[in-house]
Design a protein around this ligand. Structure first.
Ligand code: SF4
Length: 500
């Protein structure tokens, strides 16, 4: 059984998860490893393609495992056979190695150094810095690659991580030398080597076992934010919304040790914060906690007409437009519902169908529909406010307008953080949790596009040259429907609050 770099990363994150995925794949839940992670992986490939341009002589290897291994072997051997005075070796993209123990790697770029007569490793990252946290440890990644290449008989010289320069702002053609940062991490690799060697040994040992304890896993003692999609498989007695959503550390440990998982079962004398107390009351009584006076006061502070606004955005590690930095979001769509004091409701929308002028046209349409008076209602204000600030920098002619919009924004989510709590919101004020409880008839489930990640992926597909006109029309319709529901949901939730 192979242990790849991805497997090794998963091992560092969770031993039980890796074992399940490799040994009992039918029980492994890939869950949210869906569009968002897929997008990250595809972004990574795009970044690699740009980096390859810095190695114009590079040879890209493709094919199945066997041919990758054979081609790598051939190219590596060439390094020892100088042609005339020039060494015949070239940088190899996706050089592939496999050891007898089953360690398997594909190296982003392997480059023969003619002076040291050793191979330098280059690992490409689509991030804007070198990460060494629990979820992503780039030094361990490259150390794993180094160890496996060396065990395959390759003499490794220097190790480099190539990542994106977070200060780089695109102006015209991409300047590859400015866009990428090369960091020599050879010393870090040497420091980390012994630890990674021992982790590899333990990972192989784990995968040699036919059974592991299945009645629980180590996330039983961790807050819900840290778990993976296999939590339910390993911890069958724990409800979906449990003490793990409210506590961490010693308090969580105390409850778990007493087998208290349901929030409603938390003992009366257990010390709680005000917020935790609210959640315990909600789960015990199963009745909403609503502060009508506060809500009335909040709503009366809003000024008509009410503008319900939502943006959809798209970002890439390699900036697509001038003035943009890595991963900076392009606002490509808005939906705007305008509610007058007499109950009249109008809807306006915009969806960019071309990349270069996407935001400029969007702003001119938005400005035509947002008048000088009236509250602008969004859900999770820091998102729209943040985009407006960036847009003001990119399009200074709209600065005054966008600053005014930001000054008039009201975040409807705040009501659901404080004054309207429901046991079925499961402690969340996200519109995706609030809407099905408040207005079950208005569901995202009936739509072809159901979340922001799907929206941005579909927009990219809509703009792609090879997309057929029929598909393009269908995607456009779906995107407009999705964004429209975001603002219509806010309108209807607002009306429900008014009825209280
Ligand atoms: S829930 Fe945690 S310990 Fe359990 S399999 Fe997932 S990551 Fe591993």
């Amino acid at each position: 059984m192979n242990l790849t770099k991805t497997d090794f990363k998963e091992y560092l994150l969770c031993k039980e998860g890796l074992w399940l995925k490799k040994k009992q794949p039918d029980d492994y839940t890939a869950g949210e490893f869906s569009l968002f992670l897929e997008k990250l992986i595809n972004d990574g490939y795009e970044v690699e393609e740009y980096v390859h341009r810095l190695f114009p002589d590079g040879v890209a290897l493709e094919g199945d495992e066997e041919s990758l291994l054979a081609d790598t072997k051939k190219l590596v051997e060439l390094a020892d056979k100088p042609t005339g005075t020039e060494c015949a070796s070239k940088p190899i993209f996706q050089a592939t190695f496999k050891t007898d123990e089953g360690l398997f790697v594909k190296i982003d770029i392997l480059n023969f150094n003619k002076e040291t007569r050793k191979w330098d490793i280059y690992e490409v990252k689509s991030s804007s810095d070198i990460k060494t946290d629990i979820k992503h440890n780039h030094i361990k990644d490259i150390t794993f690659q180094t160890i496996v290449a060396e065990r395959s008989g390759i003499s490794i010289g220097e190790s480099y991580i190539i990542h994106i320069n977070k200060k780089y702002k695109r102006e015209g053609e991409i300047d590859l030398r400015e866009l990428f940062v090369f960091v020599n991490v050879s010393d870090d690799v040497n420091t980390e080597r012994n630890v990674v060697e021992s982790e590899i040994k333990n990972a192989l040992l784990l995968l040699s076992q036919d059974k592991i304890p299945m009645d629980s896993c180590s996330c039983l003692y961790k807050s819900s934010a840290q778990r993976c999609d296999s939590f339910e498989f390993f911890n069958k007695g724990v409800p979906k919304y449990s003490v793990h959503n409210l506590f961490r550390g010693n308090k969580l440990r105390q409850l778990v040790d007493e087998s208290i998982f349901d929030i409603a079962d938390i003992p009366d004398d257990f010390k709680l914060t005000e917020k935790q107390e609210e959640q315990v009351t909600l789960q015990r009584t199963r009745k909403p906690l609503i502060d009508k006076n506060e809500i009335e006061e909040t709503l009366s502070s809003l000024k008509f007409p009410l503008y319900f606004l939502d943006y959809e955005t798209f970002g890439k590690p390699i900036p697509l437009l001038d003035g943009y930095k890595t991963n900076q979001q392009i606002v490509f769509q808005f939906s705007l519902h305008v509610l007058e004091s007499d109950g009249t409701l109008k809807h306006y929308e915009y969806l960019a169908e071309k990349m270069p002028d996407a935001t400029k046209t969007l702003l001119s349409v938005l400005k035509a529909h947002i008048g000088p008076v009236g509250s602008i209602i969004v859900w999770y204000e820091s998102f729209e406010k943040g985009r407006n600030k960036e847009l003001a920098e990119l399009h200074p002619e709209y600065k005054e307008f966008l600053e005014d919009v930001n000054n008039r924004i009201f975040d409807l989510m705040k009501v659901f953080k404080k004054d309207y709590l429901h046991p079925d919101f499961n402690g969340s004020a996200s519109i995706k949790n609030v809407l099905p409880v408040m207005l079950p008839e208005l569901s995202y489930k009936a739509l072809d596009i159901q979340n922001g990640t799907m929206a941005l992926t579909e927009w990219e597909r809509m703009l792609a040259e090879d997309t057929q006109d029929e598909d393009r029309k269908e995607i456009k319709k779906n995107l407009l429907e999705y964004c429209k529901l975001d603002t219509l949901a806010m309108v209807e939730i607002y009306k429900k609050l008014e009825e209280l």
